[in-house]
Design a protein around this ligand. Structure first.
Ligand SMILES: Cc1cc2nc3c(=O)[nH]c(=O)nc-3n(C[C@H](O)[C@H](O)[C@H](O)COP(=O)(O)OP(=O)(O)OC[C@H]3O[C@@H](n4cnc5c(N)ncnc54)[C@H](O)[C@@H]3O)c2cc1C
Length: 411
């Protein structure tokens, strides 16, 4: 038996479920195939940048996320071993200043975020299946997906297949779409912690001291999603049974006294570490198939934008689909063009952030000291940070050039 749909979405994470909701609401018959039986904490995005929050609003998903417990963070502080904490804390950055009408970044637990969208897809009439083993994806003018679930094998056809199956995308492989990657720059570990009640729950922070760079995003009720960057040649630093405790101890820093609340907190999930890098595809589509989210290429998590990128993909692709009678490959050329420039700019920003924040020798420390000193009198030096909060399109093209990069890092 072959089942027929308008759209088959492979992967029911953030991107796949959000796209399924958007298309079901416009009347499409959608099949959503998710491999896992339950969403687990893989240490993934729990912080949506203001420009990503604006995309959730445009998609009509913002209220759903807020009702599901999403909460805004109001202030940001950058700490550093070259800065006195009282100076760093004297002027917190207000996070409602970047996108009009958006109170700041939105924090929501990743597994719960996925489940909320998956449940919404079902409520909107999507045929949403869990525990699915996708066996074959055939692109082309009449694309199909063969999968098994509950011991039975099915074949489904559709006008279009969406690959939303993450970094190791089977859909991308089936379409022979090349994934370009740059070299990993540093290790990036993360963990959810609880009982960090002394931490200001309205405040996110980053900072570098010694051979560790931290990021902290409060999730409410004394929970914080914490991340740490460390050197590639130190990759086993937090391995083994004592790894989580050693990881939390790394947060104890002179430059950020409140990090003691993190160091003294308790793990509330697994510690996972990744090789941080960027990846991209030149054309995230072939006839009959389009890739979105991480499947189409991801940005280095050091700037925390994968969710915002994914929501923008969902909004652009769903708008194209809703506005066209024919869903042929040519329809997705503007998406490919916009995404390519978006990812290029974000790659530029992530590389600069990684060099400034996540290199640890004496030369790097001196570069950071000079960077903060120069940025105090030259606001354009740190303007690339606007791309993180307000979106890469919010800045002029000349800020994404080798000359500007050299000015930031070497001036
Ligand atoms: C350490 C780390 C920290 C991060 N922090 C942030 C952050 O703070 N903010 C931010 O915006 N982003 C962050 N990100 C990035 C963000 O998590 C991702 O960009 C985002 O989750 C991508 O969503 P997605 O739906 O494309 O893919 P995924 O979240 O990977 O979802 C893919 C889904 O597809 C399913 N799947 C996979 N293969 C198949 C298959 N063959 N068949 C069916 N289903 C399949 C998976 O089970 C999964 O549910 C971080 C990433 C990392 C690694």
């Amino acid at each position: 038996m072959t089942d027929e749909f308008d759209l088959i979405v492979v992967g029911g994470g953030i991107g796949g479920s959000a796209l399924a909701v958007a298309m079901a609401r416009s009347g499409a018959k959608v099949l959503l195939l998710e491999k896992s039986m339950a969403y687990e904490d893989h240490v993934r995005g729990e912080w949506i940048a203001p420009w990503g929050v604006a995309e959730t609003q445009r998609l009509g998903l913002y209220d759903l996320l807020c009702k599901a417990g999403g909460r805004h963070v109001k202030q940001h502080i950058t700490y550093d071993e070259t800065l006195d904490p009282s100076i760093a804390e004297a002027a917190p950055l207000p996070l409602d200043a970047f996108v009009p009408g958006i109170p700041g970044p939105l924090c929501i637990g990743h597994p719960h975020h996925c489940q909320t969208l998956f449940d919404e897809a079902k409520r909107e009439g999507v045929t949403a299946l869990r525990g699915v083993d996708v066996r074959e994806i055939v692109p082309g003018a009449a694309p199909s997906v063969t999968y098994s679930v509950d011991g039975q094998t099915h074949k489904a056809t559709a006008r279009l297949v969406i690959g939303a199956d993450g970094r190791a995308s089977a859909v991308r492989a089936a379409c022979n779409i090349t994934l370009h990657q740059n070299k990993p720059h540093h290790m990036f570990g993360g963990m959810l912690v609880e009982n960090a009640t002394g931490w200001n729950a309205d405040r996110q922070a980053i900072g570098t001291e010694g051979n560790f760079a931290f990021l902290a995003f409060p999730q409410g009720d004394g929970r914080i999603r914490v991340y740490g960057s460390y050197a590639l040649d130190d990759r086993r630093r937090f391995a083994g049974e004592d790894g989580p405790r050693a990881f939390l101890e790394a947060f104890r820093m002179h430059c950020c006294p409140d990090n003691k609340f993190i160091a003294d907190s308790s793990p509330a999930g697994p510690l996972r570490s990744y090789f941080n890098n960027d990846s991209w595809t030149d054309e995230p589509f072939v006839e009959g198939v389009v890739l979105i989210g991480d499947a189409a290429g991801w940005n280095d998590p050091i700037i925390g934008l994968g969710l915002s990128i994914t929501y923008r993909d969902v909004r652009i692709v769903s708008d194209l689909l809703k506005g066209a009678a024919e869903w042929n490959a040519a329809l997705f050329a503007p998406y490919a063009e916009e995404r390519s420039e978006r990812l290029r700019r974000l790659r530029f920003v992530a590389e600069i952030k990684a060099i400034i924040d996540a290199e640890f020798d004496d030369a790097a420390r001196e570069r950071r000291r000079r960077y903060f000193e120069r940025a105090a009198s030259d606001p354009m030096l740190a303007a690339h940070g606007m791309a993180v909060m307000a979106g890469p399109e919010s800045l002029p093209a000349e800020l994404f050039t080798p000359e500007h990069r050299a000015h930031i890092l070497e001036g």
